[in-house]
Design a protein around this ligand. Structure first.
Ligand SMILES: Nc1ncnc2c1ncn2[C@@H]1O[C@H](COP(=O)(O)OP(=O)(O)OP(=O)(O)O)[C@@H](O)[C@H]1O
Length: 212
């Protein structure tokens, strides 16, 4: 279980701080909605460790995460777009998720298996700049598979996709979350994505999280 307990944070000059409390289970997509500017990205930044709360606690399965810098948190982050290096191939982008020290052959095999799991078998050598928006998000998910971190933060990951692609990409996120036991936190203001995918839903209201 991922638990945030009264994480308190304020930007300079902000009079009333955010106070975030949530629980996210493994294998379940937990959705976060809220008006524009309500603090959704701020919450993800706190979970990822890009900003630090002034008080509160954050733990995964009882282990405190706040002392960990972003690079060692058990967390992957996927944004709406621009998750990949355009000048690299699909294979090279996905391979960025491999642990350091992975041998060339083992890396190749693992990348091929991850690309196949996201429905991109045979796309290894494709330059990223030639892929569609949905295919790019799949490559980013393959990289997430290889990073093998139990928390996945998604910031409006389907917003740049057409309707059909958003449905298949969203199904894939649901499937991967269940299969790998990820604690997936989905920031979205699309009610249909939340209805289709989320097992738990919080809304940010007045700087806090309310269970919907
Ligand atoms: N670095 C910063 N310094 C000061 N204020 C900030 C900073 N980043 C965000 N804010 C402010 O904090 C509030 C919450 O921003 P945040 O980006 O978390 O909202 P959001 O819910 O993700 O918005 P949107 O849906 O528009 O992306 C906004 O009022 C924003 O202007």
């Amino acid at each position: 279980m991922l638990r945030a307990d009264d994480l308190v944070f304020a930007y300079p000059g902000q009079t009333r701080p955010y106070r975030f409390t949530l629980e996210a289970e493994p294998g379940v997509v937990t959705a976060i909605s809220g008006a524009s500017g309500s603090g959704k990205s701020t919450l993800l930044d706190l979970l990822a460790g890009f900003i630090l709360p002034t008080s509160g606690s954050l733990s995964l399965d009882g282990v405190g995460l706040l002392p960990l810098p972003p690079e060692t948190r058990p967390v992957s982050l996927l944004l709406q777009a621009d998750n990949l290096f355009e000048h690299l191939s699909a294979e090279d982008n996905a391979a960025l998720g491999l642990p350091r020290g992975t041998s060339r052959d083992e890396g190749r095999q693992k990348v091929a298996a991850a690309l196949s799991e996201v429905g991109l078998a045979g796309f290894e050598a494709k330059p990223t700049s030639t892929l569609s928006g949905g295919q790019k998000q799949r490559v980013a998910l393959a990289r997430t598979l290889l990073r093998n971190r139990p928390v996945l933060l998604l910031d409006e990951p389907f917003s740049a996709l057409d309707d059909e692609t958003r449905k298949t990409t969203r199904d894939l996120v649901g499937e991967l979350t269940r299969r790998h036991g990820w604690h997936t936190i989905l920031v979205s203001h699309h009610a249909d994505d939340i209805a289709a995918l989320a097992g738990r839903h919080y809304r940010i209201i007045d700087g806090g999280l309310e269970r919907v």
